[in-house]
Design a protein around this ligand. Structure first.
Ligand code: NAD
Length: 487
């Protein structure tokens, strides 16, 4: 099902309803992170490739915006059925190029399908407001209109789902879309595009370009690109936000994270430990919602760490495609080296490694780092402050809930956090006082569903309207207010 232009399985572009050849373009190998073996190649788009795609997407927009919304969502209904039918193929490709376990991949595809389902409700979601007699004999109402060509730039860790935070909403609103997914995981979005083609979307409404900064910069600078949605690391999110805004575009840029998991003395320990493991080590820590700093409050620290270490030592690391694997590899060799560099830094800055995952990753072809826990981490240490994006959990012990809140709020990130407690009062106070956008109460991964916004704060988000939910409808539309009087 992978779209290729030769027997070499070169993943190429989908522009104006057609697959284009990779000929004459740089081609980069894609590896299976569990084995290190090359599985495909990807062609990189040049600035002229981008310009041509934007022009075609703009031509498609001039027709698509006039298609009634009830008709615009019909290909999405067909696409949803195709996604259901091919969910296992997509999940298998995802595991093969990203490394996450088969269960995680299937869960990601499920979440992707939910985005499409919500976007199918666009006839209701796009409705405006109306009020008669705002003055004598004058009525007023608002309408929402699409804005034009929209671009999406996405990260490696959710190659099926994150693009669908964007384009189903954008096109259902009447825009056309150009997706530039992560060059590290181009196979899954390409397979998803093959299905979209089968669903019968008109040519040019959705377009797929692969590539790196060259393609991104061309999208950011093209005057016909009206809105840019970005998900990725904080430095790039800042760059996208400032560059696209300076070009007069609407922009939402979701960045990195450093999420705290706070455990109160009255927490249910076995359930809390299970949730912490899922949060910190699920997807090998390569989630923007992953718990990265564990904050035990008071005397819960000793029993919590004892149980946590016991359970973490029993985790099975391996190829995500194999049944029974709890944790897969990191996405690339370079990322593995980066995560190991952070572990080294933790040791050299004086944190105590309770489990050190470096040994488990040695002498393997894949890019493995085992679960790592550091105790007695100080808030000023590098591993407590920076996003590691790997299976590394730093424990900062505190005395009170107020100390825990202060620790959370000292972070420059504000993506997600969780509190584990049986006290409604503590949970309420925590939710009210933390400067974080997504909060789990006895939930380890506070992932909002498709109909709620993905609401990071501080350096985890640049912009004002967030991804999916009602925010997406506002982001991908422009509002008009009409005042009507009949003589
Ligand atoms: P990344 O920032 O390296 O890359 C993201 C995208 O930006 C890719 O498509 C890449 O090609 C492009 N890009 C990279 N460098 C660029 C540059 N200098 N100029 C222009 N474009 C550039 O991120 P990643 O490593 O693919 O993904 C991991 C990061 O994404 C983590 O920081 C994680 O927290 C974050 N993330 C955030 C969310 C969220 O909702 N806030 C969700 C998923 C991932």
């Amino acid at each position: 099902m992978i779209a290729t232009d030769s027997t070499l399985q070169t993943v190429s572009f989908y522009v104006n309803g057609k697959w284009t050849s990779a000929e004459g373009r740089p081609v980069i190998p894609i590896t299976n992170p569990a084995t290190g073996a090359e599985i495909a190649q990807v062609a990189y788009a040049s600035a002229p490739d981008v310009d041509r795609t934007v022009e075609l997407a703009h031509q498609a927009y001039l027709k698509w915006r006039d298609v009634p919304v009830v008709e615009r969502v019909q290909p999405l209904y067909r696409y949803k059925a195709l996604l259901e039918k091919h969910a296992n193929d997509l999940a298998a490709a995802l595991t093969m190029e990203n490394g996450k376990t088969a269960d995680d991949s299937r869960a990601e595809v499920r979440r992707s399908i939910q985005m499409v389902e919500v976007a199918c409700g666009m006839p209701s979601l796009m409705m405006g407001d109306s009020l008669n007699d705002i003055a004598s004999g004058i009525d007023s109402h608002t309408i929402r209109q699409p804005i034009g060509v929209c671009a999406g730039i996405t990260p490696f860790n959710f190659p099926a789902m994150v693009p669908m935070w964007m384009w189903p909403f954008a096109i259902a609103c009447g825009n056309t879309f150009i997706l530039k997914p992560s060059e590290k995981v181009p196979v899954t979005p390409t397979m998803a595009t093959t299905l979209l083609h089968e669903a019968g979307l008109p040519a040019g409404v959705f377009n797929l370009l692969h590539g790196d900064k060259v393609a991104v910069d061309a999208l950011l600078r093209h005057p016909l690109v009206r809105a840019v949605s970005f998900v990725g690391s904080t430095p790039v999110a800042k760059y996208i936000y400032t560059t696209a805004a300076a070009e007069g575009k609407r922009v939402q840029a979701l960045g990195g994270a450093k999420n705290h998991l706070v455990v109160m003395p009255d927490a249910d320990l076995p359930k809390t430990v299970e949730a912490i493991i899922g949060s910190a080590f699920g997807a090998a820590g390569e989630r923007c919602l992953a718990g990265s700093v564990l904050v035990p409050v008071g005397d819960v620290a000793e029993p919590l760490l004892k149980l946590l270490t016991e359970k973490v030592n029993a985790l099975k690391m391996g190829d995500g495609a194999e049944q029974g694997t709890d944790m897969g590899p990191l996405v690339t060799r370079e990322h593995k080296a980066r995560v190991e560099g952070y572990i080294e830094k933790g040791v050299s800055e004086g944190a105590q490694p309770v489990c050190d995952g470096r040994a488990a990753g040695r002498d393997r072809d894949g890019f493995f780092v085992g679960p790592t826990i550091f105790d007695n981490v100080r808030p000023d240490m590098t591993i407590a402050r920076e996003e590691i994006f790997g299976p590394v959990l730093s424990v900062i012990r505190v005395k009170t809930l107020a100390d825990a809140i202060a620790q959370v709020n000292s972070s420059r990130f504000g993506n997600a956090t969780s509190i584990f407690t049986s006290s409604g009062k503590a949970a309420r106070e925590y939710a009210a006082k933390v400067e974080v956008g997504m909060i789990g109460i006895n939930v380890g991964v506070a992932a909002p569903m498709a109909f709620f916004p993905f609401a990071g704060w501080k350096n985890s988000f640049f912009g004002d309207l967030h991804a999916h939910g009602k925010d997406a409808v506002m982001f991908y539309t422009e509002q008009k207010v009409l005042m009507t009087r009949w003589f």
